[in-house]
Design a protein around this ligand. Structure first.
Ligand code: RFL
Ligand code: PHB
Length: 389
């Protein structure tokens, strides 16, 4: 087989890139190790920045998002028994949209099918070759035989554990990492959301987040130590823990129900530099991870592939490689801004088991500053809503 761009991974980054390239007339094949149902079964992000919505519009995959997505103009902080609203729209003129990553993925899969573009699901043993030269190659096994895709470029969109970044000689890259000593235990339930907007709670017992997928489906998280096992969390234990971390009014209005999904996600900050190795480009979680506190992961991935598709389009249409040459540097500036914000929001709202008295007082002073200062709220709001494309 031959194509112009071979894309590794059919998560939101790979599917969106494929769609943007397809719309620009650039042939591409996606190679994914899992089945479509497996990909759709992963419950992850819920908040889209306006730039991500714009990218999905450009990809021709935003119709349902506009029908069913919930525009949100603010978020709430629950702290010391009270809730404090941050008016994102008044502070920045922008909103965010609540629309699940699962739905984004579903819409992109449908759009890809309508374009008639090729996706190879359940590809085993995917390997990348020759990206340091002129003729890159992707090899994989399926149905008992080995297949090869010859291409001009490879886009590594295969997430944090993918093969793309691991194919680069370690001496050619630098990696920066922080692993946090806790994770998020998440529950999805068919119950009405706690409030009209997301509630981020900072409490002595730990962080909690009340989010949603629709007016009838909620998504909740509580901070747990990294050593915790999901099997030890009955629904009842989860709801009691969540309730104990909310202000009294929120706790009283929490509606509980059976968990449709329950899982623990570790929290990590990670960046790999650079993002380009010859004809291989990394995008999304393959290149960087943020803790979910700032709701940035999916949005960064969308920003990466929007910029990569523009760069590849300039290369093919105008024979202009300038944007491909600056992709890594340009994106890394944005990525580090999101890394800083996500790290800061995580540090602000979570309980650290090893925090001494000084660190705890500084954390409390910073929360005090936030709820009392419009300038501090604006800084948070600008980072939270993100930039248009
Ligand atoms: P993905 O989604 O991991 O997709 C990668 C795909 O590559 C496939 N793959 C391979 N394919 C072929 N060969 C291989 N060797 C392969 N190895 C892997 C995988 O099967 C998969 O299909 O990465 P992508 O596309 O870069 O997308 C990134 C986002 O998924 C991620 O950043 C967000 O989910 C992060 N995130 C959030 N981001 C937001 O913007 N807003 C949020 O509100 C938000 N909430 C969250 C989150 C992530 C969470 N978890 C579980 C870490 C909440 C949570 C709890
Ligand atoms: C979610 O709904 O899954 C979600 C929302 C906001 C975050 C993280 C996750 O900051």
């Amino acid at each position: 087989m031959r194509t112009q761009v071979a894309i590794i991974g059919a998560g939101p980054a790979g599917l969106l890139l494929g769609q943007l390239l397809g719309k620009a007339g650039i042939d591409n094949i996606i190679v994914e190790q899992r089945s479509p149902d497996y990909v759709l079964g992963r419950i992850r992000a819920g908040i889209l920045e306006c730039g991500t919505v714009q990218a999905l519009e450009r990809a021709g995959a935003a119709a349902r998002l506009h029908d069913e997505g919930l525009p949100h103009e603010g978020i709430e902080l629950s702290w010391h028994g009270r809730r404090h609203r941050i008016d994102l729209h008044a502070l920045t003129g922008r909103k965010v949209t609540v629309y699940g990553q699962t739905e984004v993925t579903r819409d992109l899969m449908a759009a890809r099918e309508a374009l008639g573009a090729r996706t190879i699901y359940e590809a085993d043993g995917v390997s990348l070759h020759g990206f340091d030269g002129e003729r890159p190659l992707v090899r994989y096994r399926k149905d008992g035989s080995t297949h090869e895709i010859a291409c001009d470029y490879i886009a590594g969109c295969d997430g944090f554990h993918g093969v793309s970044r691991q194919s680069v000689p370690p001496a050619s890259m630098r990696q920066f990492e922080r692993v946090y000593p806790f994770g998020w235990l998440g529950v999805l339930s068919d119950t009405p959301p706690l409030a009209d907007e997301l509630v981020y709670a900072s409490h002595e017992r730990g962080f909690a987040l009340c989010s949603m997928r629709s007016r009838t489906r909620s998504r909740y998280y509580v901070q747990v130590p990294s050593s915790e096992r999901v099997e030890d969390w009955s629904d009842e234990r989860f709801w009691n823990e969540l309730r104990s971390r909310l202000d009294p009014q929120a706790a009283a209005s929490l509606q509980t129900g059976p968990a449709l999904e329950k899982s623990i996600a570790p929290l990590r900050s990670f960046v790999c530099e650079p993002l380009r190795f010859g004809r291989l480009f990394l995008a999304g979680d393959a290149a960087h991870i943020v803790p979910p506190t700032g709701a940035k992961g999916l949005n960064l991935a969308a920003g990466d592939v929007a910029s990569l598709s523009d760069a590849l389009t300039a290369r093919y249409r105008d024979n202009d490689p300038a944007a491909l040459d600056t992709y890594s540097e340009t994106r890394l500036r944005r990525i580090w801004k999101a890394e800083r914000f996500s790290w800061w929001m995580t540090s602000l709202l979570h309980r650290f088991a090893d925090a001494d008295g000084f660190s705890s007082r500084i954390q409390q002073a910073e929360l005090e500053e936030l709820v009392g200062s419009e300038a501090a709220c604006r800084a948070l709001a600008e980072n939270y809503v993100g930039q248009p494309l």
